[in-house]
Design a protein around this ligand. Sequence first.
Ligand code: ZEM
Length: 313
Amino acid sequence: YFYLNGEPKGPFVPTKDDYQKVYDEVARLLADETDYDDGSYGPVSVQFHQKPMRKEFTDADSSQHQVLVRLAWHASGTYDKETGTGGSNGATMRFAPESDHGANAGLKIARDFLEPVKAKFPWITHSDLWTLAGACAIQELGGPQIPWRPGREDKDVAACTPDGRLPDATQGHRHIRDVFYRMGFDDRESVALIGAHALGRAHTDRSGFEGPWDFSPTVFSNEFFRLLVEEKWNQRKWNGPAQFTDKSTSTLMMMPTDLALVKDKAFKTHVDRYAKDSDAFFKEFSESFVKLLELGVPFQSKPEDRYVFKASE
Ligand code: ZEM
């Protein structure tokens, strides 16, 4: 209930402006947090195609934006179109066992980051907040607009999804199709979505993999696809899981599922197209990401009622 002068005034019905305030708060916290970075991978300081000095990657290299994108993705990517279970509606990753699923390692950081926002705007559900924050992070990192609408409800622990619904990076093209088709995506949408790997990096203490996919991991771009096509990728010699490194600088990485996108002919058609056409990637990523965040959500509103949030300056 919404209280005015201590009197309950009936259910509070938030408007677009109220959700924009949530967006602004997430963006503000992200900007504050980014100031603590060493800045070496900040959006301003790194130019595309610039080859940085070889360096070790530390936590200071990644801001919270990328992990918020990963949270929105893992909250949504459990969807199973046959049973209608999983998906962003429910925010069941708040609970064990789902919070402890191997694929979700490191996402507590993202969930905790958003708790002060939830405290400030208690009327928003966790499931709406997590998806809105993902849309916010994409836009704030220079990505396409992500039209978003509310309507998700939090569910309890009984709605947790079984382990194994999210993709496993050690696998190949067949596994990618199994997982993304189960959600209801086709090849084109699957490839577009995985292009989010332009952002952020892998952490040895989360997934076991290590490093960023491109030279500007805090800028949304089609660099992931360009590098997949233009670089030569060699297996990295190390004790960690099988991953690949770029021949030119040995500073970047690709996981087996990433390279599956150029080994598989049908996937590669889209990789080639996105590598050449950034506008097509931005447009198709946005459409696919909007669809991802809405899988299995019983909206009262119509697609044309989605909000387009104003990005911060
Ligand atoms: Zn990811 N992803 N992902 N992904 N992902 C990681 C990191 C990030 C896969 C995967 O196993 C991994 C999509 C698809 C797939 C992001 C977004 C999206 C990491 C590293 C792994 C292992 C985690 C770590 O160590 O911190 C696989 C197998 C995928 C499909 C085949 C889709 C789709 C995404 C969004 C639309 C993002 C933003 C990151 C970087 C996170 C960070 O903290 O920097």
